[in-house]
Write a protein that binds this ligand. Structure first.
Ligand code: GAL
Length: 369
C-alpha cells in the first residue's frame, strides 16, 4: 500500500506525504494485504440533528458511496454532536483513538475543534472539512459556495419585494450560528444584495441554528418594530424560517412577509407551495456527500491524481491558506422550480410534497394536475 501511494504520488509530493501519514496513522502499513486498500474506515462527524439534512441525506449518502467505492469493504464510523462542540471534540478524539483512516468533519464550532484537528494530524489521520470550514491543519474542504447561498437568498428577497422595494423597507435578518463559518458567509453574501436597497432594522445571530431561538428573536423584533413595519425576514435556513413563522402565528398574525430559507427541507418546500415561505436554497446533497466520500477514499488509498482533480478550488481558513477545496454551486428554490430541483434530483417525490393537506396548493402552482 505504501509503495502504491508513493508511486502514484510522485508528481504531487505534498499529497503523497500526507497519504503516507494516513497509512502510518491507521496502523495498517505493517499488516497491509493486497485488499487492504478497500478495507478502510471513514470517520464522519456531523454537527446536529435539528436540520433533517444531516441524518436524512449527508450520512446515508456518504455511507453508501464509501461502500460503493470500496466493493462494500469500507465502513463509515458516524457520530452526531447534537450541536454540542465539546461532545464533538470527544467524538473526534474517540475516532483518533480508534485509528480511523480519514475523518470527514462538519464542525459545530470551527475554531474550538482546531486542537483536535491537530491531534488527528499528529496521529497521521487526514481530516477533510465537510460543509463547514474547520480551523486547524485540514487536508481539504468540500462544501457549497456559501457566499453564493447568501447572494441567492438576498437577491430572491429583493425580487420578491418587487417594484415596491426601497430603502424605507425594513428587513429583519435571522443569521445562523456564530460558531459556524458558513453563517458568516451566508450573511456577507446576503448583505451584498440587500445593503442600500432595504433597511436592516434588526439582525440576529442565532445560537446553534435553533428554530426556537429564531422564534424568540422574531417575537422580540415584532414587539419592537410592529408587524406592519417588517417587509421581509431574511432567514438563513428553513429550520429558522419555521421559527419565524411560529412567532407571527403566536401573535395571531396570518399575513406573512417575504421569508427566505435554505436547505430545501420537506416542510419548507410545502410552505413554499402554499406561499407561507417565499424561497429556500437548494443544495445538491448528493453532489456534496458523494464528492466527500470520493475525496476521503482517494486520500486513504493514495490516489493523488484523483484527489487533486476533486479539489481544484482553493480556500483559506483563519489558520491556514490555500486549502484544496471543491465548492459546489446552488440555486434558489421557489414555486417555479420545485420539479426541476428536488423532484428531478430524487430528493422528494411529488407525493411526499403534495400530501392531502397541500394538494390544492400543489394544483394551483401546477405541481400536480
Ligand atoms: C450550515 C449548513 C446548512 C444548514 C445549517 C444548519 O452550515 O451549510 O446547510 O444545515 O448549517 O445546520
Amino acid at each position: 500500500m505504501r509503495r502504491i501511494a508513493i508511486a502514484v504520488a510522485a508528481p504531487t509530493l505534498t499529497f503523497s506525504l500526507a497519504a503516507c501519514g494516513a497509512l502510518d496513522g491507521s496502523g495498517s502499513v505493517g499488516d497491509a494485504s493486497p485488499t487492504k486498500g478497500n478495507d478502510l474506515t471513514v470517520g464522519l462527524l456531523l454537527p446536529e440533528t435539528d436540520n433533517t439534512r444531516y441524518e436524512k441525506f449527508d450520512y446515508p449518502i456518504i455511507k453508501e458511496k464509501v461502500a460503493e467505492l470500496t466493493g462494500k469493504q469500507g465502513k463509515v464510523e458516524y457520530a452526531n454532536a447534537e450541536a454540542d462542540a465539546s461532545r464533538q471534540a470527544g467524538q473526534m478524539q474517540r475516532m483518533i483513538d480508534n485509528k480511523v483512516d480519514v475523518i470527514l468533519l462538519d464542525a459545530v464550532d470551527s475554531h474550538a475543534i482546531a486542537d483536535t484537528v491537530q491531534k488527528a494530524k499528529d496521529a497521521g489521520i487526514p481530516v477533510i472539512a465537510y460543509d463547514r470550514l474547520s480551523e486547524g491543519p485540514i487536508d481539504a474542504y468540500i462544501s457549497f459556495d456559501n457566499e453564493l447561498v447568501g447572494e441567492v437568498q438576498g437577491r430572491s428577497l429583493i425580487e420578491a419585494l418587487g417594484s415596491k422595494a426601497g430603502p424605507s423597507d425594513k428587513i429583519v435578518m435571522m443569521n445562523g450560528s456564530p460558531t459556524d463559518p458558513n453563517a458568516k458567509q451566508f450573511k456577507e453574501g446576503a448583505l451584498s444584495q440587500l445593503s442600500g436597497k432595504v433597511t436592516i432594522a434588526k439582525s440576529y445571530d442565532t445560537k446553534d441554528w435553533k428554530a426556537e431561538n429564531a422564534q424568540a428573536n422574531m417575537a422580540q423584533a415584532l414587539a419592537q418594530l410592529g408587524k406592519d413595519n417588517i417587509a421581509a425576514v431574511y432567514s438563513a435556513n428553513d429550520g429558522m424560517a419555521a421559527g419565524v413563522i411560529k412567532a407571527y402565528k403566536d401573535e395571531g398574525f396570518t399575513d406573512l412577509p417575504v421569508i427566505t430559507g435554505q436547505d430545501a427541507e420537506l416542510d419548507a418546500v410545502q410552505r413554499i407551495v402554499t406561499g407561507e415561505q417565499y424561497m429556500s436554497v437548494y443544495k445538491s446533497y448528493p453532489t456534496e456527500a458523494e464528492t466527500a466520500a470520493q475525496m476521503a477514499v482517494a486520500k486513504v488509498q493514495g490516489k493523488d491524481i484523483q484527489f487533486d482533480s476533486l479539489t481544484r478550488d482553493r480556500v483559506s481558513s483563519p489558520t491556514h491558506k490555500n486549502i484544496p477545496a471543491q465548492l459546489v454551486s446552488v440555486v434558489a428554490l421557489t414555486q417555479k422550480n420545485i420539479k426541476g430541483t428536488v423532484v428531478t434530483d430524487k430528493i422528494y417525490k411529488v407525493d411526499d410534497i403534495c400530501t392531502p393537506k397541500y394538494l390544492a396548493s400543489c394544483r394551483a402552482i401546477g405541481l400536480v394536475k
